[in-house]
Write a protein that binds this ligand. Structure first.
Ligand code: ZN
Ligand code: ZN
Ligand code: FE
Length: 746
């Protein structure tokens, strides 16, 4: 007989871990106990050495679906008098912390019950169990127990309570456990419960726009086949051409509209249920207003019981319930006022959402995930860092804002907050920050922000650091991108960073974005960059790719094709602006170079959302063989696209199809990357290359570049856990801040 003490860390609370341990103990006939404390699950077992070993192996080998085991420590201790295995009371430790499960899609067992007329939860929209349902968005404090969630308002009935107390039940300690007798309910106008679901369905089929309260906030939904409904939604949201996400019943109901690879299917059906970008089929019978001019469709599968009850045979548009640029709405009263101009009907419910959490967006690159927006289903799952360190806060940038709070070896990345350009978004940022600070008992010892003096995040960080007398660390934007890839791969050695991005404040106060860096978490050097061109009108110029094309041609000393300028006047004004430098900022932005080339070949000359022209150009280039080579020329510390534009103008004159030119452009940029890295390797002896920045959401470019780099014997690091765009910036900031703080204490 032996006795063993185990301690399990990771996401092991609120995920059915103790009942799993309980049944494992019964299976292997060991006695002892298990319980939660504030940093994990403690277990003691006693039995034959073989039984104890089998217990330990299975504990690690086949944990419950939502559990994420980070470590299991074990020690032999003295045996004692004991006859059974029990689950003991939780122990609270005020200063300790443990990761919390994200919100998880409704599981197959619950779905079966949802559609079983004999089940007591038949068609009950809040069905859940320890393997599924809301977590992060209903937790108000730790430990994760019902009184600390928004389920506090719903005392369990006797039947629910019995399930909750029974270790052999799927709902043992499922904090959101509820049923039609004791739990929350939906309503639509004066109609409640199932009749409200029926009314919502009728409204959707009739082409109405319905505001649906979900897990992390409101969606605006309408029938994706209905041209006038989708057009109305676009109009009311003032949305321009940016694609809408779609929800379909299951994979088979996506098939008519988009191609799904095995890896994409795996992501679509994962418990995280992100929006997955899929290549649309020609002639898909959707309203063209869903994704105008875009060859990709963002699809997701239902993830709450309500979704399963309202989804029909055809897809629904499912877009965030917000006014343009504002955070997603989460409260009933707020929805009824702020979304009133947008929705025809409101399917509400009375379970409060404590924090907003927008849908995640992802795509597949080389059989693995490339996150575009890391939010619901993922946050607040920590990214593991390379060892312990102080607690720091990285506040992110401006667009696609997220923050990162570190504690121990955990980097807690926030959900997607939005573009931090208004006070509503700043308020959402603050609310999310205080939530993380409380949940993970993490008080930052330093605050890290961008160099840009006018970002709201920079100003907030400056004020917060001053109020709390904390060091403020400002990190250059593209250096933070480099550190972000390094952090998710646990790298600390000096790495070459190819950071191709839209916008970031440079050390010389110009706008950077086509950068070849070499750095580690201590420092970086800017080895090379895209040659500066004037960006007419500063950030406002982003919406006018045609002007960007004219700026590049002007800088290259090339004439403008007639079609580029919208009018004589635009051409005249722009030329004067470029020649005098008035209202122009110098930029090395690679994102703007993509815009410029897209405009030149006629993809899109004015755009309504960031990177629209580049995204459409990527779609155009996809699958097209490029045998012509465009070239950049090189200086000591910069590369110049002038020869590329000269060749492109000749091609345009010769009537080369735009798709071929788009493909050739992608190849040219990939070859540029390899040439730059070879120069960098020559100068620094570094052989590892990290690719980051918003431009690398482009998987055509990413694939070409990674392939060519590997062929040239480089080791290539790309993003797998956080986005290459500014949604991943905070991780790099935090990693640099942690290092800086350690160095100052050494
Ligand atoms: Zn379930
Ligand atoms: Zn009940
Ligand atoms: Fe960026």
């Amino acid at each position: 007989m032996i006795r063993r003490r185990l301690f399990v860390k990771g996401i092991v609370q609120g995920v059915g871990f103790r009942p799993f341990v309980y049944s494992l103990a019964a299976k292997h006939a060991v006695t002892g106990f298990a319980g939660n404390n504030s940093s994990g699950v403690f277990i003691e077992i006693q039995g034959s050495p073989a039984a104890a070993q089998a217990f330990s192996d299975e504990l690690r080998g086949s944990p419950p679906p939502l559990a994420v085991i980070e470590s299991v420590s074990q020690e032999e201790i003295a045996i004692r008098e004991e006859t059974s295995f029990v689950i003991v009371e939780s122990e609270a430790q005020p200063a300790a912390s443990t990761p919390i499960s994200p919100d998880i899609a409704v599981c197959a067992d619950c779905l079966r019950e949802l559609f079983d007329p004999a089940d007591r939860r038949y068609r009950y929209p809040f069905i859940n169990c320890t393997n599924c349902g809301p977590r992060f968005t209903i937790i108000q404090d730790i430990p994760y127990d019902r009184p600390f969630t928004t389920m506090r308002a719903f005392p369990m009935c006797a039947a629910c309570e019995a399930e909750y107390r029974d270790p052999s039940n799927r709902r043992f300690h499922a904090q959101p456990n509820a049923c039609p007798d004791c739990g929350p309910h939906v309503s639509l106008g004066n109609v409640a419960r199932d009749a409200a679901i029926v009314d919502a369905n009728d409204a959707l089929r009739a082409g109405k726009i319905v505001a649906l309260k979900g897990i992390g906030g409101f969606h605006l939904a309408c029938d994706a086949m209905n041209e006038s409904a989708v057009g109305t939604l676009r109009g009311r949201k003032g949305r321009g051409a940016k694609p809408f996400a779609l929800m379909a019943r299951d994979l088979a109901h996506i098939e008519p509209y988009a191609h799904i690879s095995a890896d994409e299917a795996r992501l679509l059906t994962s418990k995280e249920r992100p929006i997955v970008l899929l290549r649309s089929r020609e002639n898909a019978a959707l309203s063209p207003a869903v994704a105008p001019g875009n060859k990709y469709l963002g699809f997701l599968l239902p993830y709450t019981p309500v979704h399963h009850l309202v989804i029909g045979k055809t897809p629904l548009v499912m877009t965030s319930g917000n006014l343009a640029d504002e955070p997603i709405v989460k409260d009933n009263a707020d929805a009824l006022t702020r979304l009133a101009p947008l929705a025809d009907a409101f399917l509400l419910h009375n379970r409060d959402i404590h924090v907003v959490c927008d849908d995640s967006v992802t795509r597949v690159f080389q059989a693995r995930e490339l996150p575009i927006r890391r939010s619901r289903g993922y946050s607040p799952m920590p990214v593991r860092l390379a060892g312990d360190g102080p607690c720091v806060l990285g506040v992110g940038g401006e667009l696609k804002s997220t923050f990162c709070l570190t504690r121990g070896d955990h980097a807690y990345m926030s959900q997607h907050i939005g573009d931090m350009e208004n006070l509503e978004t700043l308020a959402a940022f603050e609310h999310a920050f205080w939530h993380f600070r409380a949940l993970f008992r993490a008080g930052p010892q330093a605050v890290v922000c961008d160099l840009h003096p006018n970002y709201l995040s920079t100003r907030w960080a400056t004020a917060y650091a001053a109020q709390n007398t904390l060091p403020l660390i400002q990190v250059q934007h593209h250096y933070a991108h480099l550190a972000s890839v390094m952090a998710e791969h646990n790298r600390t050695a000096r790495t070459i960073g190819v950071i191709f991005d839209g916008t970031g404040y440079g050390l010389d106060r110009t706008i950077w974005g086509g950068e070849i860096l070499a750095g580690d978490l201590d420092s970086f050097d800017r080895l090379m960059h895209l040659k500066y061109v004037p960006l007419p009108g500063g950030d406002a110029g982003v919406k006018k790719p045609n002007r960007m094309a004219m700026a590049h041609l002007w800088a290259a000393g090339l004439a403008w094709p007639d079609v580029l300028a919208a009018s004589e006047v635009e051409a005249r004004v722009l030329r004067r602006q470029l020649e005098s430098g008035t209202n122009c900022v110098q930029t090395s932005s690679m994102g703007r170079l993509f815009d410029a080339f897209a405009a030149l070949i006629g993809v899109e000359r004015t755009v309504t959302y960031e990177a629209q022209a580049a995204i459409e150009m990527e779609a155009l280039a996809e699958g097209v063989q490029a045998d012509r080579g465009y070239r950049f020329s090189f200086d000591e510390d910069s590369f110049d696209p002038a020869p590329l534009f000269r060749a492109a103008l000749e091609d345009l004159g010769a009537g080369v199809p735009p798709a071929e030119m788009a493909a050739a452009f992608h190849v040219a940029v990939a070859e540029l990357i390899v040439e730059c890295c070879e120069i960098a390797r020559e100068r620094t002896d570094i052989t590892t290359v990290a690719l980051s920045g918003g431009v690398f959401q482009n998987t055509t470019l990413l694939g070409l570049a990674a392939g060519k780099l590997e062929h040239a014997k480089f080791e290539v690091l790309t993003h797998r856990k956080v986005p290459p765009n500014d949604g991943g910036l905070a991780l790099g900031q935090a990693a640099i801040g942690r290092r800086r703080l350690c160095a100052s204490q050494e």
